[in-house]
Design a protein around this ligand. Structure first.
Ligand SMILES: Nc1ncnc2c1ncn2[C@@H]1O[C@H](COP(=O)(O)OP(=O)(O)OP(=O)(O)O)[C@@H](O)[C@H]1O
Ligand SMILES: [Mg+2]
Length: 227
């Protein structure tokens, strides 16, 4: 019924992409994604899940076809605009951590834009507490454990308050307790109306969170099922 009442947040039409001219990775992928859903993307290693996620987040641009966010093509949007619409947490969180301390990682964008104020700092401190990072707030991000880095990357993305979030293999390296905490957080984001894509091999986590599952094989979506 969702498609009758709401517009898709993400629209992919006939998306083709490859890293090298000689090799197509995604072949004509089309799908609409809704903010009301937590959509899982599953499939074998190398099937193109991460590549698709990066196209959704505007990190990669299609060879042909279009990816639209709230109606705007990612080729026409600036990265800063995209970052406010859609957040992306990398499969390897190291790739998106670059500040000298954990707390600075959350304040980086605002400081850069000279918009640091008590409200912004309060939001950062709240996220640090929520993600169990308060005790390492002055540490160098790259010295954190893998699970801590993943939580930090997620907290940093949430500072922008995006309407849609892509989590690439978010449970890798998380212990049971942290996985349950992540599930609780995902449920809260859903309740707050944030759309989600979870790229994962973790069937339990998907079962607990996803209400739609897209299956990829060989660079194509081969199945689309709702639960
Ligand atoms: N930067 C890159 N340059 C060239 N080829 C790449 C690059 N990144 C990925 N590929 C290739 O694109 C294909 C899809 O990779 P992708 O990372 O999207 O798969 P995936 O489904 O996320 O796999 P996994 O489950 O292992 O994370 C693979 O054949 C991979 O080798
Ligand atoms: Mg991947």
């Amino acid at each position: 019924m969702w498609d009758v009442f709401s517009k898709p947040f993400v629209q992919m039409e006939q998306v083709q992409f490859g890293y090298r001219r000689s090799k197509v990775i995604l072949r004509r992928v089309s799908a609409d994604l809704y903010q009301e859903h937590c959509t899982a993307i599953v499939g074998a290693n190398g099937s193109g899940k991460t590549t698709l996620g990066k196209l959704l987040a505007g990190i990669l641009k299609p060879w042909s076809g279009t990816v639209r966010l709230e109606g705007y093509s990612t080729t026409a949007l600036r990265l800063g605009q995209i970052g406010q619409m859609i957040g992306y947490v990398f499969q390897e969180p190291d790739r998106q951590l670059f500040a000298p301390t954990v707390r600075e990682e959350l304040l980086f964008v605002e400081r850069l834009q000279q918009r640091l104020n008590p409200t912004v700092e309060g939001k950062a401190d709240q996220l640090l507490a929520e993600f169990g990072l308060g005790h390492v707030q002055d540490s160098f991000p790259h010295s954190l454990s893998r699970g801590e880095k993943q939580r930090l990357a997620l907290a940093a993305v949430l500072m922008r308050e995006p309407g849609f979030l892509i989590l690439d293999e978010p449970t890798t390296g998380l212990d049971l307790e942290r996985r349950q905490q992540l599930t609780a957080y995902v449920q809260r984001l859903k309740a707050a109306g944030v759309g989600l894509v979870i790229i994962s091999h973790d069937d339990h986590f998907i079962g607990d969170n996803a209400d739609r599952i897209l299956t990829m094989a060989g660079g194509e979506i081969t199945d689309d099922s709702h639960s």
